[in-house]
Design a protein around this ligand. Structure first.
Ligand code: NOJ
Length: 556
């Protein structure tokens, strides 16, 4: 490691650093799915250098931080969520030096950097799993059932489809809640705890500002690994506590990590955070992950899964705010990520709804995560040929819903409207970004792109949308700029205002936000002066016409 790598760049000094209100409480954090963001070397795969070169775009967009998906050494059986070496950068994505330079460049621009940590499982190529003795202690091996142990130890299913157990040449079985190439770690072993704390310190020493904790609800399994008793388990994830997910024991791990993060940050005068990717059956159980001595944020997937209906949205917002307020935490909103159908498509294939949903999200108190490409209004790509697909769920007969939780596809869409053309797998939301030009790879890099981009994305590129006030990109830019200009919009109070059926109205410091979830115009007394709208709003004689499927921010 070079000298430079050993002295981390300081985190940006923005409001919220140091003790007191945390920067994360209202941060807008942009998810960079590294493989699909920007390719610097022409191999068709996005990389760290490509991401670094595009950081000014993110600064200009107006986000506060970036979350980088796994770029660690990995056989890529699950898009890098199968890590073989947690301290090395996969050559596909660059070098440790590239990671260091990216973190420094982000900090120079005032952007914080969050990286993934994957503690539920490793790759089967991890040295621990390769060594039979170590593997037996550090993973979950069990004898099989049946006369000669030919049956799996229990009835658990992999969320990618098929049994959650694979038999080894030695005759015993190991647990993998995801792909067979992702064996689950044994968190009863203190060496596993020690190793993950050391990995965190490694990346903190390189200057990162926090971790997105993969499967934060998964590390602890119910004693005795009991059967569940019926199939279709993937559909139960996030709907009920399962013997392998959302066990109370995971919270002790998060408490230990919070002590580590606080201790590390305190010693350096910065605040480093943990964000839980946790699928919990209720807002109350999710809030347990963000108690004052646990992680800082937890993605609110119940909001992501809410149908485009005013009552449903209002109740999920109320339940989320109440649950997080009860533990003194902010709510962490999200509409899209690399595991779910892009919200333009999920919300009935309607860009109008997607734009409105985003403006609603950015008007809510708390933090928000954006997924690369949503600021361009990208739809899910639903016609990828089978031969280019890489989602392991595709090959195991699972579904995207099973990969991460329930309701990420048709059942969450109003009137089943999102059903058309969706296949339930995750490659369609991972198609590389279009930056410029009329033809693929649209400036993604000097070569091609690892998944084919649609031929009609020329009008969706960053270059095509920049400067066009009607574009989705400019809507995001304007919303993020207003969010910065209106103090208290991020982490301040919120109350509901009266509104007609199908419409939501909520008051925030400095603005009122209306959302018309109906497919047609709704008239109401103008609440103020329009500041920003997802669709052209008209005000005549003090009556405002809210277009169908729109959201407007009003100065009050
Ligand atoms: C959640 C990640 O977001 C997803 O992409 C991955 O497949 C699973 N966890 C397993 O690591």
């Amino acid at each position: 490691m070079t000298q430079e790598l050993t002295s981390p760049s300081p985190a940006p000094q923005a409001p919220g650093t140091g003790r007191g209100p945390g920067w994360w409480r209202d941060a807008v954090i942009y998810q960079v799915y590294v493989r699909s963001f920007a390719d610097s070397d022409g191999d068709g795969i996005g990389d760290l250098r490509g991401a670094r070169e595009r950081l000014p775009y993110l600064k200009d967009l107006g986000v506060d931080a970036v979350w980088l998906t796994p770029f660690y050494a990995s056989p890529q059986a699950d898009g890098g969520y199968d890590v073989a070496d947690y301290r090395a950068v996969d050559p596909l994505f660059g070098t440790l030096q590239d990671a260091d330079e990216l973190i420094r460049a982000a900090h120079d621009l005032g952007l914080r950097v969050i990286v993934d940590i994957v503690p539920n499982h490793t790759s089967d190529r991890h040295p621990w799993f390769q060594d039979p003795e170590l593997a037996r202690q550090r993973y979950l091996f069990r004898p099989g059932k049946g006369e000669s142990g030919e049956l799996p130890p229990n009835d658990w299913e992999s969320v990618f489809g098929g049994p959650a157990w694979t038999r080894t040449d030695r005759g015993d079985w190991y647990l993998h809640l995801f792909a067979p190439e992702q064996p689950d770690l044994n968190w009863d072993n203190p060496e596993v705890h020690a190793e993950f704390e050391a990995i965190m310190r490694f990346w903190l020493d390189l200057g990162v500002d926090g971790f997105r904790v993969d499967v934060a609800h998964g590390m602890i399994k119910a004693p005795g690994l009991p059967d569940i008793g019926h199939g279709a388990q993937a559909q139960l994830i996030g709907a009920q506590v399962l013997p392998f997910f959302d066990q109370d024991g995971v919270h002790a791990i998060h408490r230990a990590w919070r002590r580590l993060l606080d201790g590390y940050g305190d010693a350096r005068g910065k605040q480093v955070i943990g964000v839980a990717e946790a699928w919990a059956p209720s807002a109350e159980r999710l809030a347990l992950y963000v108690r004052p001595d646990e992680l800082h944020q937890a993605f609110n997937f119940q909001f992501l899964n809410a149908p485009w209906q005013s009552d449903a949205l209002r109740s999920v917002i109320d339940a989320s705010l109440a649950a997080t307020a009860s533990v003194g935490a902010p709510t962490t909103w999200v509409l899209s990520n690399h595991d779910v159908v892009r919200h333009t498509t999920r919300l009935g294939g309607s860009l109008a709804r997607a734009r409105a949903a985003t403006l609603l999200m950015l008007a809510l108190p708390g933090s928000a995560y954006l997924y690369q490409g949503e600021e361009l209004g990208l739809p899910e790509v639903t016609d990828l040929p089978d031969e280019v697909r890489q989602d392991p769920a595709f090959f195991r007969g699972g579904r995207a819903t099973g990969a991460v939780g329930p309701g990420t596809d048709t059942e969450s869409a109003p009137d089943g409207a999102a059903a058309g053309g969706q296949d339930g797998f995750r490659d369609g939301c991972r198609v590389p970004l279009p930056w410029s030009g009329e033809l693929p790879p649209y400036g993604f890099g000097p070569g091609g792109s690892w998944l084919p981009q649609p031929a009609d994305w020329g009008g969706l590129t960053v270059a095509a949308q920049t400067g066009d006030p009607a574009s989705t990109l400019e809507l995001y830019r304007a919303a993020l700029e207003l969010r910065r200009r209106l103090p208290g919009l991020g982490d301040g109070p919120m109350s509901w205002a009266p509104a007609p059926d199908g419409v939501l109205a909520l008051t925030r410091p400095g603005l009122l936000c209306t959302v018309n979830t109906l497919g047609h115009d709704v008239g109401l007394p103008a609440p103020g002066t329009p500041l920003l709208s997802s669709a052209p709003v008209t005000v005549d004689d003090a009556t405002a016409q809210l277009p169908g499927d729109s959201c407007t921010w009003w100065a009050i």
